[in-house]
Design a protein around this ligand. Structure first.
Ligand SMILES: [Zn+2]
Length: 527
């Protein structure tokens, strides 16, 4: 029976990571991520899996991020009963993240059903519920880094620290056949940037037949900052925010980014580089995953950098909505770290609503801001925003400090691939927007990283692996069109259009000019 590799997600996009390996008559799934891109992609979450969940023998999970783990409870809901192999830290983070994700699914569907009921539309069911997430949690089977686990009689796997987030791994798979021939594969998961005081540098084996690797920043080169340089930049921002006499609001992702930030903020205060003041961590999910950081956090020197968060009297975790609301009444210098990182959901929107008009306040964006999100609008300097239907003038200082990244940049990815050599077959590139992926493909090809070339598989593509040959199998049409413009669907186009319109109206010299512009557009639409 031939060995086959299917690409069921993050092929031509960044989200929905999922690959299926058929070997020796059994099937193993590597990651089961949620699609989070355009509406067209997100709609895939609601469709049946492109494989039979009951036919899977096991799942191997690289890490806890929702775009890699988010559809695991849907597998359980669809009668998958096998083990989900991953590291202890990933299992613990998944417990919090999947319960949170299930809560969001239930809430969104409830709102949708209420609207549908008013309009006489059909009722929909959530992708999965909190009960499914809890049931899924019992299927986790944990593995230590660097030790082999026997997954099937003729397939074993080993988890290597990928240095991306807590517990994140690259997974090495060794598959043998009846004749004793061995096929060696490596699934990169997300590869860390290295040189961080919070995570190990990415590790991995060398001498492989095939490598599947991510390409998120495949065409981007970032300035390398040492931990000290990064800290200095953060201190500058703290001093400037303090000098402006208002609070500092930092929208941040609940997992990892928030924990790293508060370690750095506290260090700046403890070492007297920045004035002391309360730091509010206003994100229930961030609070719920803290235990995992206390238990599994490890710096390059072996110490736990998150340990210091246990003792600080300046740190305040606000879990209930009332505690969150009470932050409004705090006077004097204080910092609020709240999710979501791109300001498109969560409690941070409430803080933005009450602080954006205030010219003494500072809003510091620290991560990736996707097109169409409120975070991106703020970063791009928009002076007027709408939050929960309310029109708000942006007077606060808006700062952007993109120095906290969990991903290797293009040179880092090439270096990572070279360290895996010799690669006798091909490298398959996943987990990247089309331009990033093509960029990395070129870089890897010129570096001669793999003897079998560099392949950019399309969504739902399948390859037969024979020795070191990867032979493309003919399959039906992919579930969604694969050309770039189609991925950028009309919802994105509408968001772009509304952004441009908003900017034009704002830039217009007078209200009269604004009215003229609107009249002109209306007549165009009526034509
Ligand atoms: Zn990730």
């Amino acid at each position: 029976m031939p060995t086959k590799l299917h690409f069921f997600g993050a092929a031509g996009g960044v989200t929905g990571s999922s690959m299926l390996l058929e070997h020796d008559g059994a099937s193993v799934l590597i990651d089961c991520g949620m699609f989070q891109g355009s509406k067209t992609e997100k709609e895939l979450n609601y469709r049946p899996f492109p494989f039979d969940p009951t036919s899977l023998s096991a799942v191997l999970l690289t890490h806890a991020h929702i775009d890699h783990s988010g559809l695991l409870p849907k597998l359980t809901r669809n009668n998958f009963k096998g083990p989900i192999w991953t590291t202890p830290a990933s299992a613990e983070l998944c417990a919090a993240l999947l319960a949170d994700s299930a809560g969001i699914q239930e809430m969104e569907v409830e709102q949708l059903n209420r609207r549908n009921m008013q309009k006489g539309g059909a009722q929909v069911t959530p992708i999965y519920t909190r009960a499914d997430a809890a049931a899924c949690e019992t299927q986790f089977k944990t593995v230590a880094f660097n030790a082999w686990s026997q997954i099937l009689p003729r397939l074993r796997a080993r988890w290597w620290n990928a240095g991306h987030i807590l517990g994140a791994a690259s997974i090495e798979v060794e598959a043998s056949d009846a004749s004793g021939a061995i096929l060696r594969l490596l699934f990169s998961g997300d590869v860390g940037a290295g040189g961080s005081q919070f995570a190990a540098d990415p590790e991995g084996p060398s001498g492989l037949d095939f490598v599947v690797m991510e390409s998120t920043y495949g065409d981007t080169e970032r300035a390398k900052l040492t931990p000290a340089e990064r800290q200095a930049k953060l201190v500058d921002e703290m001093l400037a925010a303090h000098g402006a006499c208002g609070p500092l609001l930092i929208p941040a992702f609940s997992v990892e980014r928030t924990q790293e930030l508060i370690v750095d903020l506290l260090q700046a205060m403890d070492e007297g580089q920045a004035p002391r003041g309360p730091i509010f961590v206003d994100s229930p999910l961030a609070v719920r995953v803290m235990d995992a950081y206390f238990r599994f956090g490890k710096a390059q020197d072996g110490s736990n950098p998150f340990e210091r968060l246990k003792q600080s009297t300046w740190l305040q975790f606000t879990e209930s909505a009332n505690e969150s609301k009470a932050i409004e009444r705090v006077r004097g210098w204080h910092i609020i770290v709240s999710a979501s990182g791109m300001c498109d959901a969560g409690r941070v929107r409430h803080h933005l609503q009450r602080l954006l008009w205030n010219e003494q306040a500072t809003v510091m964006l620290v991560g990736y801001q996707a097109v169409g999100t409120l975070g991106r609008l703020l970063r791009d300097g928009v002076k007027d925003v709408r939050i929960q239907g309310e029109h708000i003038k942006v007077a606060a200082r808006i700062r952007s400090l993109d120095i906290y990244s969990g991903h290797a940049d293009a040179p880092g990815l090439v270096k990572w691939a070279q360290a895996r050599g010799p690669i006798r077959g091909a490298i398959f590139l996943t987990h990247g927007e089309p331009l990033s992926r093509t960029g990395l493909q070129g870089r890897l090809q010129s570096a001669g990283a793999a003897a079998g070339g560099v392949i950019a598989p399309l969504l739902d593509a399948c390859y037969r692996l024979e020795g070191v040959e990867a032979i493309s199998e003919t399959i039906g049409a992919p579930r969604i069109p694969q050309d770039a413009p189609a991925r950028h669907d009309w919802h994105n186009a509408r968001a772009d259009f509304l952004n441009i319109l908003g900017q034009k109206l704002q830039d217009a010299s007078s209200d009269q000019a604004r009215e003229q512009l609107i009249a002109k557009l209306k007549s165009q639409l009526a034509a």
